[in-house]
Design a protein around this ligand. Sequence first.
Ligand SMILES: Nc1ncnc2c1ncn2[C@@H]1O[C@H](COP(=O)(O)OP(=O)(O)OP(=O)(O)O)[C@@H](O)[C@H]1O
Ligand SMILES: [Mg+2]
Length: 374
Amino acid sequence: MLSPRSLVSSPTPQGLADHQAAQPALAELLELSDQGTLVVDDTLRALHINAAMCGLLGVAASDALTLAELDAQLGQRLPAHEPRRKPLQRLIYQLEKEGAAGWTTLRLVQPQLHIIQIKGQRMSNGHMAVFGRDVTQAEELDRRRHEFLSTAAHEIRSPLASVFGYAELLLKRSMAPAKQKELLGIIHRQSSLLVSLINELLDLSRIEARRGLDFNRQRCSLAALVDQSLDGWFMVGDPRTVKVLARHDDVSAWVDPDKTRQALVNLLSNAYKYSPQGGDIEMETLTKSLNDRLWAGICVRDFGMGMTTAQTERMFEKFYRANPSGPIPGTGLGMSLVKEITELQDGHVQVVSKPGVGTAVTLWFPARQDDAKT
Ligand SMILES: Nc1ncnc2c1ncn2[C@@H]1O[C@H](COP(=O)(O)OP(=O)(O)OP(=O)(O)O)[C@@H](O)[C@H]1O
Ligand SMILES: [Mg+2]
């Protein structure tokens, strides 16, 4: 078993009592710290390794004896093509040469992806301290942000390129009025797609940044939420009206009525868009009891094209479209917005869908049974 003895430098005589009291506390502190710490002597033997470092390196405290052994274990977790196979010994080598070694990032791929960083510092007693931290989450967030930006730029560029191209054609070439109208129609469609894309992106980033702090939550009856979402609702060129099957006015949820309406209107728009061959569009309120708690659901159902299980699993991804080059316009952001709005209000979204049969999406919120209205 490794001891924390070597962690504290030699005490002066007058500070001995304080020093003795501080030593176990310091060792305990290091043990509790979530920063990985490893102390190595000049024979490259590990004198102390705290629990956080054991977790980062994937070793048990009692295993860790020499840096070579630690490196051997780490080496098994590195990708096969990684040339730097002895990261800890390299770090110490750099420390000996330069006195300090800044953060080095290691991508460990076994048994699953873990991105860790290590750095080293020489101690006054000649030992060397190695610090470690887990940056998997931060790196993953960074990767997602990068992916999001490049997808967003790509999604904006395609319609913008066609607006630009057709506008240039109209400016430079003379053509029959009918042809002009056709091109203007394309420009109009593409720019309206751009406007909704930018609006949804702004909505989404505002909601994500504020984390619901600007939500104006209040007690709303399910009936009022259904009525508000249908108030003034219509789909251009589609004569269908929504069939309301049930609308509890004696059950309420603690939500922002405007934001919840925005989520429901997104569901309605999808129900219409993805049932182009027709069929009823239904809206219904539901209740269920789960873990001794009452939940209220607002369901929007269509009998349209539906989705496979794989498509359903991906429908909340930003920019995901099950049939991207199909004729139905959309940006693939609507359901991300729905999910964000629902979850920030302590709810969850349930989707049941089957190809060729239809789709039912339900927003569930914690609810309260009110006195029945007369
Ligand atoms: N009711 C539905 N029936 C079948 N497929 C659906 C339904 N709702 C969503 N989808 C699929 O999930 C994808 C993502 O939906 P989402 O609402 O996020 O984007 P969108 O409708 O394409 O664009 P918009 O951002 O304009 O809403 C859709 O492109 C569609 O393929
Ligand atoms: Mg949509």
